[in-house]
Write a protein that binds this ligand. Structure first.
Ligand SMILES: N=c1c2ncn([C@@H]3O[C@H](COP(=O)(O)OP(=O)(O)OP(=O)(O)O)[C@@H](O)[C@H]3O)c2ncn1[C@@H]1O[C@H](COP(=O)(O)O)[C@@H](O)[C@H]1O
Length: 111
């Protein structure tokens, strides 16, 4: 497994474990206790910060904001009850299909 995948798995396990932790002892537990809307709002804010870093061609900023984005993405998944396996199934279903085929497939299924 890649370093990135291992880190992601470890972080997801930590976030899952915070579901039963006290909001007074953990930022993650506090976020989770506030529900999916709050987690999703934070995710949106972090996404904007990633966009700004990318547009400014700030490589260090982009890497650091990406880490924040991924953390808040995982918190949002946990708050919503969606697993990384659920996401992986969608990614796997697209493997071997080109981006243009995927776009056409989405166009058809949305009609
Ligand atoms: N990877 C992260 C991580 N990335 C970012 N953040 C937090 O996300 C917040 C970023 O949001 P902002 O910049 O808006 O900061 P803020 O103004 O303090 O946030 P708000 O008050 O608006 O919620 C900061 O408080 C960061 O500390 C993270 N908090 C936790 N983790 C991981 O989660 C683990 C569990 O952390 P606990 O929250 O302590 O349980 C940690 O060991 C880390 O591995």
């Amino acid at each position: 497994m890649s370093r990135f995948a291992e880190t992601l798995d470890r972080l997801m396990a930590t976030i899952e474990a915070r579901k039963s932790a006290s909001p007074d002892s953990s930022y993650t537990a506090k976020l989770l206790s506030e529900g999916v809307e709050r987690a999703a709002k934070k995710l949106g804010e972090e996404a904007v910060e990633v966009v700004i870093a990318a547009v400014q061609q700030d490589k260090d900023g982009l890497a650091s904001e990406s880490a924040d984005l991924i953390y808040h993405f995982l918190v949002t998944l946990v708050a919503a009850g969606v697993s990384l396996d659920d996401v992986a199934r969608w990614l796997e279903s697209r493997e071997g299909r080109s981006g243009l085929e995927e776009k056409a497939w989405r166009g058809q299924s949305e009609r």
